[in-house]
Design a protein around this ligand. Structure first.
Ligand SMILES: C[S@@+](CC[C@H](N)C(=O)[O-])C[C@H]1O[C@@H](n2cnc3c(N)ncnc32)[C@H](O)[C@@H]1O
Length: 181
């Protein structure tokens, strides 16, 4: 469905399509095993083509059927795509077609966002949508150290950095206990 819809909506860069499994599916799926605590509500912000939200929902269907995934996507056409996938695959997931800063607070146990914004701009979303005991999980590239330093000017937070299984120069950042400096 991603490949088919990508011809009319720009869900992923066309140059990545030949390597779609590793670049997008495995890259999203690796988040699953990095979450360190039980969860019932996973929120994915700026899901675009369902990365990682749809991939997480597919895994959850067999491994965590109690889990609900909410995807927040500001683009109406991408939201329509996400709803079509949820319907076709009968996933326990829903889409809020709106902006992360304006949808109602979502009280997530896990919050993810891939390629949405630098860390300093993600942390206000963490404050709005993640439970105080929850965990945020962000795939990040080579700029991660600079993003952490920039974010620490305004925020306190605990974090762990996990080397990506897919791209050795990337990491998955796990963030907890966020508060303003
Ligand atoms: C670069 S794309 C990444 C999409 C997907 N997460 C991925 O990794 O392929 C960013 C997505 O976030 C959406 N977006 C941008 N700002 C947003 C916001 N404030 N709230 C919700 N979605 C947003 C865009 O429409 C776009 O689909």
């Amino acid at each position: 469905m991603l490949t088919k819809w990508n011809t009319s909506i720009n869900l992923v860069s066309v140059s990545t399509l030949p390597d779609i499994w590793a670049r997008h599916v495995e890259d999203s799926a690796q988040l699953w095993s990095l979450v360190s605590q039980p969860w019932t509500h996973w929120v994915d912000l700026g899901s675009g083509g369902g990365l990682p939200g749809i991939v997480v929902a597919i895994i959850a269907k067999s491994l965590a059927p109690h889990g609900t995934i909410t995807m927040v996507e500001s683009d109406q056409r991408k939201s329509t795509f996400l709803r079509a996938v949820i319907r076709d695959l009968d996933l326990n997931a829903k889409v809020l077609a709106g902006r992360a800063e304006s949808v109602e607070p979502l009280s997530a146990d896990v919050l993810s966002a891939r390629a949405l914004a630098p860390l300093k701009d993600l942390l206000p979303f963490v404050m709005r949508h993640l439970k105080p005991t929850g965990e945020a999980i962000f795939p990040k590239g080579r700029t991660v150290e600079a993003e952490i330093a920039e974010a620490q000017k305004q925020w306190r937070f605990d974090f762990d950095s996990h080397t990506s299984r897919i791209a050795p120069d990337s990491v998955v950042l796990s963030v907890r206990n966020v508060s303003r400096v």
